[in-house]
Design a protein around this ligand. Structure first.
Ligand code: C2E
Ligand code: MG
Ligand code: MG
Ligand code: MG
Length: 286
């Protein structure tokens, strides 16, 4: 908005742009090239059933292998992608690749794809998902879409209708980063979803901070009351797994199990999953 107002004088601002703004401009230009050159790739991080140790699915996380700067973190470029609208292209190509890859995995393994609120605004999300499922051959029930609480803040009837239509296809909806947004409990009643992902900030403090433990415990009981799956993000230690298991959390995701990996490593990762089944001996994948 501000940018449009100042468009006429933009070159003036450009000359005086601070370092931060220049970095963002550079990221924007290079990200656009990366999208056009099809350089972005999903990496996959396992979601692990805490009672059996089995992998139930993988979350697709975008990776940008940059020729000079190595792997660029999404934390660095997703905000720029959202500001510039490039997130629609990024989200579209992630969905297509993730569904195509997952269609080759065993048929009890799901894939979770992150959606930006902007992807709901462009209006073609439902047909994008329908077309992508059809092209990839992935059954809808093996696709999970991760949304954040900020999407629900808009209280839009279109968003609500899209979520219902996606679920009617058989796609599962996950509430990502739960507890960090501004959503009120009433949103949980009006919006349909199948999974709550407890944000890693609560999991990180779980074993040291009684308040974090109380919060995690209430999210788990809330989720159970609503009949949804509860996944803990950012699980890094065995102590955390034990605590989460005791609280009745269904699933875990985190460096303890594995970091996100390229698709080529998924099949061998699935073969090692038995290593996690023993509650006391969660084996690390190097
Ligand atoms: P997220 O969706 O909450 O994904 C989880 C993030 O936590 C990932 O960071 C993952 O690598 C990291 N993580 C997993 N386990 C651990 C752990 O044990 N410890 C710690 N410290 N971190 C862990 P990543 O890949 O850097 O992605 C960051 C965020 O960028 C994601 O958070 C998501 O919000 C966004 N993102 C990533 N890919 C996409 C995408 O394709 N589309 C959209 N819209 N957003 C994406
Ligand atoms: Mg996510
Ligand atoms: Mg998250
Ligand atoms: Mg997050």
């Amino acid at each position: 908005r501000a940018k449009n107002e100042f468009r006429g004088t933009f070159s003036f601002f450009e000359a005086g742009m601070d370092a931060q703004a220049q970095i963002r401009r550079k990221i924007e230009t290079e990200l656009r090239e990366a999208v056009q050159g099809d350089a972005l790739r999903p990496y996959y991080q396992p979601l692990v059933d805490l009672s059996s140790g089995r992998i139930t699915g993988f979350e697709a996380l975008v990776r940008w292998p940059h020729p000079e700067r190595g792997m660029i973190s999404p934390a660095e470029f997703i905000p720029v992608a959202e500001e510039t609208g490039l997130i629609n292209a990024v989200g579209g190509l992630m969905l297509r690749r993730a569904c195509a890859d997952a269609a080759q995995w065993p048929d009890d393994v799901r894939v979770a794809v992150n959606l930006s609120p902007l992807q709901f605004r462009v209006g073609n999300l439902l047909s994008l998902v329908v077309d992508t499922l059809k092209q990839s051959g992935l059954p809808a029930k093996r696709l999970e879409l991760e949304i954040t609480e900020t999407l629900l803040l808009e209280k839009s009837s279109e968003v609500l209708a899209t979520l219902h239509a996606l679920r009617a296809l058989g796609v599962r909806i996950s509430m990502d980063d739960f507890g960090t947004g501004y959503s009120s409990l009433s949103y949980l009643r009006s919006f349909p979803f199948d999974k709550i992902k407890i944000d890693q900030s609560f999991v990180r403090d779980l074993t040291a901070n009684p308040d974090a433990q109380a919060i995690v415990r209430s999210i788990i009981s809330l989720g159970k009351g609503l009949g949804v799956t509860i996944t803990a993000e950012g699980v890094e230690t065995e102590a955390e797994v034990n605590c989460l298991r005791n609280e009745g959390c269904h699933e875990g995701q985190g460096f303890l199990f594995s970091r996100a990996r390229p698709n080529a490593e998924i099949v061998s990762l699935l073969k090692t999953q038995g290593n996690w089944s023993a509650p006391s001996g969660a084996a690390l994948v190097a």
